[in-house]
Design a protein around this ligand. Structure first.
Ligand code: SME
Length: 164
């Protein structure tokens, strides 16, 4: 199948590191259209290579709610209405939510009490419809920089490209 499961030896520079990670992610999903398989492997890749994370995963929009899909981390909230939480905000606004302090967001849904900061990327399909969100949590406050945001948006885009 042409994929080696040796993790990439990533550069120390954050932007370069994410470019290398996106390239590896593209190789990991190449030729595979199954969204569960790709979401599972991309979650595992990000958890194994991006330091300081406690939850990485995919929620899928079922037409009503965001429903948890493949992830790495503690068991999570199964269904999130679009009206709720940071994931709901990302899905509603179709804009990435980068939250330095989840305790400062009254609407935050605490799945893992250790989570302090969070980045949620909406995933919009090739037809313009909401597919779901890619949710990355950290137990460190303000873990996510603009470089992390760009890098993790690129990983979410790798997933969306497999749906085309
Ligand atoms: N914290 C999210 C809920 C999902 S869990 O973090 C996995 C939110 O407020 O949307």
């Amino acid at each position: 199948m042409g994929v080696s499961f040796t993790l990439p030896d990533l550069s120390a520079d954050p932007a370069e590191r994410y470019a290398e990670l996106a390239e590896y992610a593209r190789a990991l999903v190449a030729g595979e259209p199954d969204r569960v398989a790709n979401a599972a492997n991309l979650s595992a890749l990000v958890m194994a290579t991006v330091p300081g994370l406690n939850w990485v995963g995919f929620y899928f929009f079922d037409g009503e709610d965001l429903v948890v899909g493949p992830f790495q981390g503690l068991p999570a909230c199964i269904r999130i209405p679009l009206s709720r939480g940071i994931c709901g905000a990302a899905a509603r606004s179709r804009e990435t939510q980068r939250v330095d302090d989840v305790h400062a967001v009254p609407d935050h849904i605490a799945c893992d009490g250790a989570t302090r900061s969070e980045l949620v990327v909406p995933r919009i399909g090739p037809d313009g419809a909401l597919v779901g969100v890619f949710d990355v949590d950290s137990d460190h406050p303000a873990r996510f920089t603009p470089d992390d945001q760009r890098g993790l948006e690129a990983i979410a885009a790798v997933f969306v490209d497999t749906l085309a």
